[in-house]
Design a protein around this ligand. Sequence first.
Ligand code: NAI
Length: 470
Amino acid sequence: MKIKNICCLGAGYVGGPTMSVIALKCPEIKVTVVDLNESRIAAWNDENLDSLPVYEPRLAEVVGEARGRNLFFSTDVDTAIDAADMIFIAVNTPTKTYGEGKGMAADLKFVELCARQIARIAKNDKIIVEKSTLPVRTAETLQTILDSTGNGVKFEVLSNPEFLAEGTAIEDLFNADRVLIGGQQTPEGKEAIQSLVDIYAHWLKPEQILTTNVWSSELSKLTANSFLAQRISSINALSALCEVTEANVDEVANAIGTDSRIGPKFLKASVGFGGSCFQKDILNLVYLCRFFNLPEVADYWEQVIILNDYQKYRFAKKIISSLFNTVSDKKITFLGWAFKKDTNDTRESAAIYVAEHLIEDGAQIHVYDPKVPEAKIKADMRYLWELKGFTEQKIEAKLNQIYVYNDPKEALDQAHAVAVLTEWDEFKTYDWENIFIKMYKPAFVFDGRNILDAAKLTDIGFRVKGIGKG
Ligand code: NAI
């Protein structure tokens, strides 16, 4: 089947960039990205390309070229579903915060709603593509819901998990290591797989497009994220040992990473991984393992999360102990709030948890991030404290301990300590001599990303503490 009209449900960090690239590379296909969130769609349609809801290098360029030609953003979900031959589901699948599987299982209510809406609206056969990250065997659930109307419309469900990384999304989409397409191994399933292969073949080589059965594809996404996060937790675990033995974790990482069997990527010790995916997807895997009565396997993967929580806590504790065992009423400046550089996404950012520990000890947290506004920072903290069941009064009091700046100089003026939470390149270029003059002494730098020149900062007079360095 030759696809002429695509609809994508969910205009977030995945739906937005992936559909923009498909539209750019396949000008003969009409691509409509829909979302229930009106302000998000308005931002995607904003004439000012700096106002797109997702910040990604080169995204504005891609949207600028395709939008209005064959790329459209809309809130009219029903019309877009009706017109499409192929529907991508790219809605959020957060960790459940209630009921059965709370804190572990993926919350599939948004995905289920999409399936019900598609079943209700569809009048002709359609291919449904799981783009969201889903527990293995979700395709079975979707198929059951889609087929439940009994109106004779046929649906083929494919799994096509997204492997892009925020901050490099466009580059990752243009030059994917691979795209993965899973489908039923029936003639109809194989035909559906081919329709999606044909789309990616507009810009990727055949060897970059892998096809599998639908369950392998679903499970591969959880596995990929678990392996990536496991590498970070492994090196972070070693960073704690480095700090008490005078080994240097960057040197250890380099020494092992040059072994071609290990490889150099994802071996950077840090304050801990964040982002909307790693934690949620590992928890999802852990939950599945418990569900299928594999407790040893569940415990193995859960340790990746436990270590990551330990690493964030360890960083906060180091700040407190270095500042003479209390940060009460001290100005601690956070450089960075996003979970990594080159994105405005803050979900599960290590900064949130480090801030929480320090605020608990009475600190005043002063934040500068080049892409994250005050409202988002405060909303992140509010969300965490609401989940903990804090009263409104307590939340307000704690929010008053957070100050957000548009200018890093102001954020750093008269600080007791600086903590680097995100590896934004610009932090390396700051005038650290001048910053030192304006800070309280002794002036501390806690480099949670090991990006600053520690020797140079020490020469200036800073007391520098990196990750995994004695
Ligand atoms: P997001 O939260 O940025 O976007 C999801 C969007 O779906 C929201 O704008 C929401 O309003 C919309 N939505 C929810 N229900 C809807 C419905 N019934 N109809 C229309 N729109 C609806 O989430 P994000 O980050 O784009 O993630 C989406 C999925 O992709 C998740 O399953 C995630 O695990 C996965 N993923 C995310 C990656 C990332 O880097 N963010 C990378 C790879 C996969």
